[in-house]
Design a protein around this ligand. Structure first.
Ligand SMILES: CC(C)(COP(=O)(O)OP(=O)(O)OC[C@H]1O[C@@H](n2cnc3c(N)ncnc32)[C@H](O)[C@@H]1OP(=O)(O)O)[C@@H](O)C(=O)NCCC(=O)NCCS
Length: 137
């Protein structure tokens, strides 16, 4: 197994942003909806008050074969390890209804939408700001 899983460094922010943009294209999200910038990723991940943890799977230089290395499995195991180390009692993931549902079930996850009927609600920035402006307290 040649792939390593390691914590991101500030130098990885460029490639993280690239991945975010690629996934936006995959889900046909207009580029104008991708608000995050390199500066925000750097500050939020590696500034005075870090807001996220991030891990990357890295193949040795010149190796391009991603098959058979259990990269997805090792990444979710790392996420679980980081969550437990922080004292978390559970892990939740927002996913589109695509093929990773079978993968997550195989790792021991439960589909709460199917089991309990949960929906995911999103307040976009303008709705969030309108709501915040209405607060009297
Ligand atoms: C789903 C995904 C994370 C799996 O990662 P992977 O590196 O291909 O899979 P792994 O090699 O780690 O597989 C681990 C195990 O899960 C199984 N598995 C992999 N994909 C699976 C799937 N879609 N359904 C069920 N089982 C799956 C493997 O057979 C393997 O089983 P084993 O432990 O018994 O050998 C990966 O294929 C992926 O990211 N797909 C694209 C998803 C995507 O782009 N989503 C958009 C962002 S949300």
């Amino acid at each position: 197994m040649n792939c390593i899983i390691r914590p991101c460094t500030v130098k990885d922010c460029k490639v993280i942003l690239q991945f975010i943009k690629e996934i936006a294209v995959h889900y046909r999200v207009p580029p104008t909806e991708v608000k995050v910038t390199l500066e925000v990723l750097r500050e939020d991940g590696f500034g005075a008050q870090p807001q996220y943890d991030c891990y990357v799977a890295e193949l040795p230089p010149r190796q391009t074969n991603k098959e058979g290395q259990q990269i997805g499995k090792r990444l979710i195991e790392k996420a679980a390890q980081a969550a437990v180390a922080k004292g978390c009692g559970q892990l939740r993931m927002h996913i589109a209804k695509t093929n990773e549902m079978g993968f997550l079930a195989r790792q021991g996850g439960q589909d709460l939408t199917a089991k309990e009927g949960w929906s995911l609600f999103h307040f976009k920035e303008d709705a969030l700001r309108r709501l915040a402006a209405r607060s009297k307290f």
